[in-house]
Design a protein around this ligand. Structure first.
Ligand SMILES: Cc1cc2nc3c(=O)[nH]c(=O)nc-3n(C[C@H](O)[C@H](O)[C@H](O)COP(=O)(O)OP(=O)(O)OC[C@H]3O[C@@H](n4cnc5c(N)ncnc54)[C@H](O)[C@@H]3O)c2cc1C
Length: 333
C-alpha cells in the first residue's frame, strides 16, 4: 500500500511514526514551507492528562516534552476558579522527534500515485473536499517574558464572542503564551483583542507572535473518508469548539487511523464513538458566536466541551460565568 501523508503537524508526524513502527515503509510525507521562527504552524502547546499515553505509544518519553508540571489546580476563569489538567509541551521538539529526520516533501501530492492520501493539513483541509458547514475562528498568539510569574487564566474577549488565555510555558511562570481567538471576519486589531490579557502581565520582552485560523465546526462524519482521501485531526474537524483544543484529539484520531488502516468504515465508526459529542458542542458555540445566549442544554454541552479539554468549572459557578461572559461580549473592546 502506497501512502501519502499530507501535513507534518501533530497528526501527520504521529501517523508517520506509527506507520514506520508497524513496518509500513511505503509512506511519503508532505508539508508546505513555513516562514515561522519555531518551525511549526500552527502554534499552541497546551495538552491535558491524556497526552502521555499517546506519546508512550510512539515509543517516546512524555516527560521529555513537559514545559512544566500539570497544574491539577486552579485556572482563573473570569472570577470563577476552574480545575485544570492542562499543561504546556515543547511542541516543536515533539514534532521533530516524531519525524526523526524523515524526508518532508514540499511539493503538492500527485494523488493518483497513491493508494491512500491522509489529509492531516489541519484547518487547510487541503485534500479532502470542503465542508458545507465549515466554521473557523481567527487566533492570534504571542510568546512573552514577564517579570512577575503568572499562572494559567482564561478571559472572555471584549466586544465580541471569543476568549483570551494566559498560559505559562515554564515552571516558574515567566515564559508565557498569551493570545485570543474570536469569530473570523471581524476587524478588531489583534493587539486590541488581546489587550485585557496583556494588561494583566508585566511583559519584559516579546519572543514571537503568530496568527492562524482554527476549525470550530466539529466533525462531519459523512465527510471524513472520501474515497482514498482520509481526513484526520483538525482537517476532520476534531477540535473542541468551545475550547479550541485540538492537540490531543489530533493524536487520538491519528492512532485510530493507523489502527483501522485497511478499514475505512471502522475508522469512521471509531471517530464517531469518540468524537460525536463535538457536534452539539459546535452547535452551541455557533449560537454564542452569532451573539445568542446559550440555553441550559447548550450550556451543558459547552461545559462538557471545556471538560473534554481538561478544564472543569463547577456547575454552581456556571450561571455566574455565563453572565460575566455575556457582559464582557457586550463591553466595547
Ligand atoms: C494559535 C493557536 C493556539 C492553539 N492552542 C492550542 C492549545 O493550547 N491546545 C490545543 O490542544 N490546541 C491548540 N490549538 C489547536 C491545535 O494547534 C490544532 O488543533 C492541532 O495542531 C491540530 O493538529 P493537526 O495535526 O490536525 O493539524 P496541524 O497541527 O494544523 O498541522 C497541519 C500541517 O499541515 C500542513 N499543511 C497545510 N496545508 C498543507 C498543504 N496544502 N499540503 C501539505 N501540508 C499542508 C501545515 O503546514 C501543518 O504542518 C491552537 C491553535 C492555534 C492556531
Amino acid at each position: 500500500m502506497k501512502i501519502a501523508v499530507a501535513g507534518s503537524g501533530l497528526a501527520g508526524s504521529y501517523i508517520h511514526r506509527l506507520l514506520k513502527m508497524r513496518g509500513e515503509h511505503n509512506v511519503d510525507l508532505y508539508d508546505v514551507k513555513h516562514k515561522i521562527a519555531c518551525g511549526i504552524h500552527p502554534c499552541g502547546y497546551g495538552v491535558d492528562e491524556h497526552f502521555d499515553r499517546f506519546i508512550i505509544r510512539a515509543g517516546l518519553d512524555p516527560l521529555a516534552y513537559r514545559l512544566h508540571n500539570p497544574p491539577y489546580l486552579l485556572a482563573q476563569l473570569e472570577g470563577a476558579v476552574a480545575r485544570t489538567t492542562v499543561f504546556m509541551i515543547d511542541k516543536p521538539r515533539l514534532i521533530r522527534d516524531l519525524l526523526q529526520g524523515a524526508d518532508v516533501r514540499l511539493n503538492p501530492i500527485d494523488v493518483e500515485g497513491y493508494d491512500l492520501v491522509v489529509d492531516a493539513t489541519g484547518q487547510a483541509r487541503a485534500y479532502a473536499p470542503p465542508l458545507a458547514q465549515d466554521l473557523k475562528a481567527r487566533v492570534i498568539q504571542w510568546r512573552v517574558r514577564v517579570s512577575v510569574p503568572t499562572t494559567t487564566s482564561f478571559l472572555p474577549t471584549r466586544g465580541l464572542p471569543g476568549y483570551m488565555w494566559v498560559m505559562p510555558l515554564n515552571q516558574d511562570g515567566t515564559d508565557v503564551h498569551v493570545g485570543a481567538g474570536c469569530e473570523l471576519g471581524n476587524r478588531t486589531p489583534a493587539r486590541e483583542l488581546v489587550r485585557p490579557a496583556f494588561s494583566s502581565l508585566n511583559i519584559t520582552s516579546v519572543t514571537c507572535a503568530c496568527g492562524a485560523f482554527i476549525r470550530l465546526s466539529g466533525p462531519d462524519f459523512s465527510n471524513i473518508v472520501c474515497g482514498k482521501i482520509w481526513a484526520v485531526g483538525e482537517a476532520a474537524g476534531l477540535v473542541g469548539p468551545a475550547s479550541g483544543a485540538g492537540n490531543v484529539f489530533a493524536l487520538q484520531s491519528a492512532l485510530e487511523l493507523v489502527e483501522n488502516l485497511f478499514d475505512p468504515a471502522g475508522y469512521v465508526a471509531a471517530l464517531r464513538r469518540r468524537f460525536a459529542p463535538l457536534i452539539p458542542e459546535a452547535k452551541a458555540v455557533r449560537k454564542v458566536l452569532a451573539g445568542g445566549l446559550p440555553n441550559l442544554s447548550e450550556l451543558y454541552h459547552i461545559h462538557r466541551g471545556w471538560q473534554r479539554a481538561g478544564v472543569v468549572v463547577a456547575w454552581r459557578d456556571l450561571p455566574k460565568l455565563a453572565i460575566a461572559m455575556r457582559r464582557a461580549y457586550a463591553t466595547a473592546a
